[in-house]
Design a protein around this ligand. Structure first.
Ligand SMILES: Nc1nc2c(ncn2[C@@H]2O[C@H](COP(=O)(O)OP(=O)(O)OP(=O)(O)O)[C@@H](O)[C@H]2O)c(=O)[nH]1
Ligand SMILES: [Mg+2]
Length: 211
């Protein structure tokens, strides 16, 4: 996928992107009508994603609270909760352990999956690594299948751009049918866009989200 606004739009395209999108779009159309209702005020938002994609750093940026940012296994097995104000509403943000799939292979994945199914979550922010877009979209589609509203945060944009990988936010939104934010938590890029898109849900509970 190329970015119209990027000078180097002939850069590397994520492998198998169109195939991945096409497969899952067909699958979802047949199998799971998506929930379109917006989330309410007093919302609870969960950060979900593979290990090392930047969930905890994003959590810290959003909530201003301190958690350990580490690659060592086990450091985020405990779910962290923090509060912030988005769209004039107090919102609870939850940081979860890294997981590759909703079909649990590890203790952390089982924990995160059970938590998603049992907790009252209004919005899932699926954080992915822009360098591995196609591979990480599999979990996006699994999350959409849970019927929870999903926002895709394509993080690590700085590293992807350094490799010549350009992600077109609008094109991805159109392809997936969910809100997408391209961002770099390390550079604090895209955070305002992210909160603006979350605010769209939080602030207008009587309206459908549009993007
Ligand atoms: N270059 C770059 N590094 C980032 C970015 N976001 C996070 N990181 C770094 O990536 C590493 C992993 O970030 P974490 O926030 O711990 O990742 P996580 O998803 O919470 O990982 P787990 O808790 O293991 O699932 C840290 O060293 C972060 O500083 C980004 O946008 N760009
Ligand atoms: Mg973490």
């Amino acid at each position: 996928m190329s970015c119209n606004q990027c000078p180097n739009s002939s850069g590397k395209k994520p492998d198998n992107f169109n195939k991945v999108i096409g497969f899952w779009k067909g699958f979802l159309n047949k199998n799971s009508p998506r929930k379109s209702s917006p989330i309410s005020s007093q919302a609870t938002i969960a950060l979900i994603g593979s290990p090392n994609v930047g969930k905890s750093l994003l959590f810290n940026l959003l909530t201003g609270s301190y958690t350990t940012v580490s690659n060592y296994p086990g450091t985020t097995v405990e779910i962290s909760r923090g509060k912030t104000v988005i769209g004039g509403q107090v919102v609870t943000i939850i940081d979860t352990p890294g997981m590759y799939s909703l079909v649990p292979m590890t203790e952390e994945e089982g924990f995160a999956r059970d938590f998603l199914l049992t907790e009252s979550i209004d919005l899932v922010i699926h954080v992915i690594d822009a360098k591995h877009l196609s591979r990480m979209l599999a979990l996006t589609f699994q999350l959409i299948e849970t019927q929870l509203p999903v926002l895709l945060a394509v993080n690590m944009l700085d590293e992807a751009e350094n490799l010549g990988i350009w992600v077109n936010e609008k094109q991805l939104e159109a392809s997936l049918g969910i809100p997408v934010v391209t961002m770099s938590a390390a550079q604090k890029r895209g955070i305002q866009t992210l909160t603006a898109k979350v605010a769209n849900y939080v602030y207008t509970p009587a309206l459908s989200y549009s993007y």
